[in-house]
Design a protein around this ligand. Structure first.
Ligand SMILES: [Zn+2]
Length: 831
């Protein structure tokens, strides 16, 4: 018997939910799945494939923001069954995701734990939920009892229709062969985060309804209204009993020879020996009850009384079997004397793991991205912004709780519960600060053995004042699933004198923004947007969502929550998005208030250049006035139903066109050609050699994106939304640009292709091209500078892939030197 608990993500100012993973030989249990948990588990090589159960301490986006993305990844990876347990409104929250998740191959069940008697139990764990509430809050009667109403049945039915039906209990976990491998047979997977193309439920069967018809159908079935709850759940978890030791000598003394009778005795049966019956206790030691750990969720000081006065939790404090307590605390709790005094009441042997924003330093867990960014910032400190983080905690650990058994929660910190209780700190990564990384990059020591050719080519003051006012900041530049180098889609603009714009908002955009802009104080490395995260959110005027794929909008709930919290009550926000996004927000507002009453919602369909409704015209007018725009218009693009491109023109003269996800298409060229385009922000998901993939998944290749810019006569092209399979700088070629075409429009570029790479410039005329990296800032001058720096940036990425390969080779050696070489990330990126 071996099991342990491990911190996946501690609570910091940047990401506030504490996530804990429990490892058993057969199965993993995740407590909380906030935004970024998936990316963190890639960064830290935590395998989540055997996950069969997820528990939430709160049905709140902070604790479950990473869950929809995780569900998509688990379903695509072959997980057959997943049970999600949590408090009231859990079924509502899961049913609400039907607007963009459709995964018939994975059974998902929502287990709402409502009363203190609700207990989850399987072979490994017995989990008891303890409900706590803020001081001013009285739970409604229906929050405390099992809900078998008609409304609840509708919610469960919607979950069962968006996912498959849960299979028999014992099958929880992973199927042997991921369904996606049977590509041609009956199931076709689009890139992650996108709706699958399911050809049939079973091999040989014909598909009755297209996936699109199915989501439309489910999306249009309305969800009964729900009211947000403030319940939070603490969990007391008990591991399996440990059987007593078998005493071979005693058995032999009783005349028993080794054989099946030993097993039967061990299982508690009385057996017939040579001299009469033998009872198990004659040769088996006493069974030891299971060991216990607890997760104490206290989201804010308002919950402290409820936690500290709870009888179940008070009883727990004296328990001999309790070995570990994870204190999952919101801001203001660790510094409160009432909580600290209560936390001091546990038995001496208990190990405390403290996860609280004041206690855990706000380090940057994405160290590989930070390394690349530091190397790039050494080349061009204006375009490549070092994300901000802090290496020191506000509150010393012993000010929270004194004793030798108190540690800060850190990613990968582990406590082995069985067989030998002990704290394991070996795997906790060292988090280097951005300043240290940059200093190494400038000294040429960031990458061992590489030439130091990263001397800055741009002085920070060089470009100031030369900009047209348009600076596009890609915050996430990867497609489908977040990776260690690229988070999923998000871009921001700050329109000086007016306010902020967010163009698509993938998971973890809020955390990325806090690192990019600085949280509470300005990021000193960001010379382009003179606003902190809080100031930017307060100034937000427009949120645009191009289409309903999860990698483009899962960060929006938290952003809207922060906007509702931080902005003045008189301020309004325009959300320009497909109608289904509005439906999703309306459903989710039953779980958590999002300030929807202050939001002006415009359906992208109504903002199309070729047909807008009069109601939309008035709202569009207001949105334009709020940002000083003379144009704000969409067009349909070729990707999934209700996918849109966007054009916006500012009265100061700049014009931005954003593609969203699309194949090269006539409507976007037409939208772009109307007046000169300062920057075309265009997806370039696939490299040119993967044109077939691009066609199948309705994306654009690099050369096609260039051809779109040429066709639109754009002045600058900024490419983004890159496949996570590629880290190299994108390459385009004249022949591929010339052969790019659009149905009904024909070739995007006139005339024959120049022969060589150098000749491409002749074809491109004055078009400047740059490829976006996460947390960067590009005005026209930065894009123009990119060509000059391209060779150095290319070298940085080559160094990074080499460094990653070296790290991964080391890992392989440590695990099992004789094992065959594994498929590593570096390997994949090199291709
Ligand atoms: Zn998409």
């Amino acid at each position: 018997m071996k099991w342990s608990i491990q911190i996946v993500s501690p609570a910091t100012h940047t990401t506030s939910a504490t996530s804990v993973l429990v490892h058993f030989d057969k199965g993993r249990y995740l407590f909380n799945c906030g935004e970024g948990v998936q990316r963190l588990s890639f960064e830290n090589k935590l395998r989540l494939s055997r996950l069969g159960n997820i528990f939430l301490t709160r049905v709140h986006w902070e604790a479950m923001g990473g869950l929809p993305g995780m569900l998509l990844t688990l379903a695509d990876g072959g997980t057959q069954n997943l049970r999600v347990s949590g408090g009231p409104n859990l079924a509502h929250a899961l049913a609400a995701t039907r607007h963009f998740i459709l995964r018939g191959n994975m059974g998902v069940s929502a287990n709402e734990m409502r009363s203190p008697n609700d207990v989850f139990q399987d072979d490994n764990l017995k989990v008891r939920a303890v409900h706590v509430y803020p001081a001013h809050y009285t739970p409604r009667a229906q929050e405390l009892a099992i809900d078998e109403s008609n409304d609840m049945q509708i919610r469960h039915q919607l979950i069962a229709r968006a996912f498959g039906k849960p299979q028999a209990e014992q099958q929880t976990g992973r199927r042997k062969t991921p369904l996606v491998q049977q590509k041609k047979g009956y199931y076709k997977k689009c890139s992650g985060g996108e709706i699958e193309q399911r050809l049939a439920d079973e091999p040989g069967q014909k598909r009755a309804r297209s996936p699109e018809q199915r989501t439309r159908h489910i999306s249009e079935t309305s969800l009964p209204a729900a009211t947000p709850t403030e319940a939070a759940l603490c969990y007391i978890c008990e591991g399996p009993e440990v059987p007593g030791k078998f005493d071979v000598k005693a058995a032999q003394a009783l005349g028993l020879r080794p054989g099946p009778l030993y097993g039967r005795l061990q299982r508690g049966e009385t057996v017939e020996g040579p001299n009469g019956p033998i009872r198990p206790e004659q040769c088996v030691g006493a069974t030891r009850p299971g060991r216990v750990f607890a997760i104490i969720e206290c989201p804010s000081p308002a919950y402290i009384e409820s936690v500290t006065n709870n009888q179940q939790l008070l009883a727990l404090q004296g328990s001999e079997r309790l070995l570990v307590v994870v204190h999952a605390l919101g801001a203001g709790v660790a510094t409160d004397a009432r909580y600290r005094q209560w936390a001091g009441g546990f038995a001496k042997h208990v190990q405390h793991m403290v996860s609280a924003p004041e206690v855990v330093p706000d380090g940057n867990p994405f160290q590989r991205h930070l390394r690349v960014q530091a190397a790039m910032a050494a080349v061009d400190p204006l375009a490549y912004v070092l994300p901000m983080s802090s290496g020191t905690a506000e509150l010393p650990l012993d000010a929270f709780l004194q004793g030798k058994n108190v540690v800060r929660a850190q990613s990968l910190l582990r406590f082995e519960v069985e067989p030998r209780p002990r704290l394991v700190t070996d795997d906790v990564p060292e988090l280097r600060t951005p300043e240290a990384m940059l200093a190494s990059a400038q000294a040429g020591t960031l990458y061992a053995g590489e030439p130091n050719d990263e001397a800055p080519t741009t002085s920070p003051t060089e470009v100031q004042g030369r900009e047209s006012g348009l600076v596009v900041c890609p915050i996430g530049t990867g497609s489908s699933v977040p990776s260690i180098y690229r988070n999923v889609s998000a871009n921001i603009l700050d329109v000086p004198g007016y306010g902020g714009v967010v163009l698509d908002c993938g998971e973890s955009t809020v955390a990325q923004l806090k690192r990019f802009l600085g949280h509470q104080r300005l990021n000193p490395h960001n010379r382009r947007i003179p606003k902190t995260f809080e100031q930017f959110v307060q100034s937000l005027r427009l949120l645009y969502i191009s289409h309903m794929h999860a990698d483009h909008h899962l960060g929006a709930i938290l952003l809207l929550h922060e906007w509702a919290r931080l902005s003045e009550p008189s301020k309004r926000l325009t959300v320009l998005a497909p109608a289904r996004f509005h439906a999703w927000l309306n459903d989710f507002a039953g779980v958590q208030p999002l300030g929807l009453e202050r939001i002006d919602f415009i359906d992208c369909q109504d903002a199309r250049i070729d047909g807008r409704s009069s109601a939309a015209r008035a709202l569009l007018g207001q949105a334009k006035a709020a940002l000083g725009l003379t144009e704000l218009a969409t067009c349909g693009v070729v990707h999934c139903p209700w996918a849109y491109g966007l054009a916006m023109t500012h009265q100061s003269g700049w014009r931005l066109v954003y593609s969203g996800d699309t194949r090269p298409c006539k409507s976007l060229v037409d939208l772009g050609r109307r007046t000169p385009v300062t920057v075309l922000l265009h997806e370039a998901t696939h490299s040119d050699d993967l044109l077939e993939d691009a066609i199948a998944k309705r994306h654009t290749t690099v050369s096609e994106a260039v051809a779109m810019a040429v066709a639109m006569q754009a002045e600058n092209l900024l490419m983004t939304h890159f496949s996570q399979r590629c880290l190299a700088l994108p390459r385009w070629s004249a022949p591929a640009i010339c052969s790019a075409s659009v149905p009904r429009l024909g070739p995007l570029v006139d005339g024959p292709a120049p022969v060589d790479y150098e000749g491409t410039q002749e074809l491109l005329g004055n078009l400047n091209i740059a490829s976006a990296f996460d947390m960067s800032a590009y005005g026209p001058a930065d894009i123009a500078r990119y060509r000059k720096n391209a060779a150095k940036l290319r070298q940085v990425l080559r160094n990074e892939i080499r460094a990653l390969a070296a790290e991964e080779a080391e890992d392989v050696d440590e695990e099992d030197p004789k094992s065959p070489p594994k498929k590593t990330t570096a390997n994949k990126l090199q291709k």
